[in-house]
Design a binder for this molecule. Structure first.
Ligand code: FEO
Length: 164
């Protein structure tokens, strides 16, 4: 693996762990605000991000490449309304999609075929990620100022049982 690809994957591992930290902070916020369903959903999302980071970590190790782990900065400590939080999460997912796409382009230009194959999973996954967060944003928009609808949605998201 050449240095450019190695550096970019190292950075992506950091982005995934950074995302886990962000979603974990969001989950803690929801939980103390008594919106445990949203909190549980975000907690599972955080776990999923850790799995994404680990997937790239394991890939590097399989290729016999040393991983350089960078500092994971603390996320924000102030959060807005549920819809603002989920809009932020959607914006974050779109940024991650751009990062994965750029990484794929780099792997292509460097003719790193195994990395391109590995990244195909992430390209599919980002379609899923944007769809699932986007669907919560749309449902929150439908709920508007209706507290009962918000609580029903909280209940529904709390039933999420897998990280998929
Ligand atoms: Fe790892 Fe939510 O993208």
């Amino acid at each position: 693996m050449n240095d450019a690809v190695r550096g970019a994957i190292n950075k992506q591992i950091n982005h995934e762990f950074q995302a886990a930290y962000l979603y974990l902070a969001m989950s803690g916020h929801f939980e103390v605000e008594n919106l445990g369903g949203f909190g549980k959903w975000m907690r599972m999302q955080a776990r999923e991000e850790l799995e994404h980071g680990m997937r790239l970590f394991d890939y590097m190790v399989r290729r016999g490449v040393e991983v350089t782990l960078a500092t994971v900065a603390g996320p924000q400590t102030e959060f807005g309304s549920p819809i603002e939080i989920f809009r932020q999460a959607l914006k974050h997912e779109k940024e991650v999609t751009e990062l994965i796409n750029s990484l794929y382009e780099l792997a292509s230009s460097e003719k790193d075929y195994p990395t391109q194959l590995e990244l195909q999973w992430f390209i599919d996954e980002q379609v899923e990620e944007e769809a699932s967060v986007g669907s919560v944003v749309e449902q929150l928009e439908m709920a508007g100022d209706n507290r009962a609808a918000l609580l029903m949605l909280n209940e529904k998201l709390g039933s999420r049982v897998t990280t998929e």
